[in-house]
Design a protein around this ligand. Structure first.
Ligand code: FE2
Length: 292
């Protein structure tokens, strides 16, 4: 896969649905979501809501949505990562019918884990600001990303990475995240603009870079078990063994919002690496990736 497949309004829903179910590769649908969500909308609807943000130092900071957005408007590098609190509240203002049209509503085994706790982990809101980036990572869940405001550059692997090439396989346990090196020359990059939809399959490596403030909504879900057994067997089996289901459930019982890693958390994990050289390397690796 050298380029990502791009659909637009002229393609039939059936064609896109078939691609989604049969290919299981990333794709974009351009300009299919209507949304009025921007910074002013967030202030208008959720001003008093308290959220866990990451501040310019990549530390967690609890702020009201009103003061968070004021800081963002003043050019401060604050961000919201996978915020379930706002994600669950905002979904009624987003036309998600396109997701329902391409993805059937059947729940798969692991989807029940995503529904643990008070709020669903399936509905999340992201807000990034200039120069925000993230480590190159992949996860056990798939995502349908609806880009709502501003522009974001995505970098994704051109194929499924080999298991052996993955740099950090269990550093972030019990959160089942694989992390690896960025290779911008080999990756596929594209921008998402307001109204665009992106499908990111489970265990497909990706990261983003923001050049300006942008907002997106991600709907996370798990694939049928057949997907994990046929397409990503080693990645799935390794996590099942090293990150057994009970520790996963324990992690999931924490309120979803608290899941986001901040600088202190990552540093603490890196400092636990016994080998001095590897420890130093890990600290440098995450420092260059915004920690979050
Ligand atoms: Fe991700």
């Amino acid at each position: 896969m050298r380029e990502i497949t791009i659909f637009n309004k002229s393609h039939s829903t059936r064609e896109i649905r078939e691609y989604f179910h049969n290919e299981k590769k990333p794709f974009i649908v351009r300009n299919v979501i209507k949304s009025k969500i921007n910074l002013d909308f967030l202030i208008d609807k959720f001003k008093e809501e308290k959220v866990i943000s990451l501040n310019p130092n990549s530390d967690k900071e609890i702020l009201s949505v009103g003061s968070l957005i004021q800081k963002v408007k003043n050019g401060k590098k604050y961000r919201l990562r996978a915020n379930t609190k706002l994600g669950n509240k905002i979904c009624k203002y987003i036309d998600t019918s396109f997701i329902k049209n391409i993805k059937n509503q059947k729940k798969h085994l692991f989807d029940y884990l995503l529904s643990f706790g008070k709020t669903s982990r399936q509905k999340t809101l992201f807000m990034s600001t200039k120069d925000c980036t993230f480590t190159k990572h992949s996860h056990i869940i798939s995502g349908i990303i609806l880009h709502l405001d501003g522009k974001k550059t995505w970098y994704i692997s051109d194929k499924r990475e080999s298991f052996l090439s993955i740099k950090y396989k269990s550093l972030l346990n019990p959160n089942p995240l694989y992390v690896t090196d960025k290779k911008p020359n080999k990756e596929i990059s594209f921008n998402l603009n307001p109204g665009d939809l992106l499908y990111m399959p489970a265990y497909w490596f990706h990261y983003t870079i923001s050049h300006d403030t942008n907002i997106s909504y991600s709907y996370f879900f798990t694939e049928p078990i057949k997907y994990y057994l046929t397409k990503t067997f080693i990645m799935f089996a390794y996590q099942a063994v090293t990150n057994p289901i009970f520790s996963l459930v324990k992690a999931l019982k924490k309120e979803p919002e608290e899941h986001i890693y901040d600088r202190d958390d990552i540093i603490m994990r890196c400092n636990k690496i016994r080998d001095k050289k590897k420890r130093k390397e890990a600290l440098k690796f995450f420092k260059n990736n915004d920690y979050s």
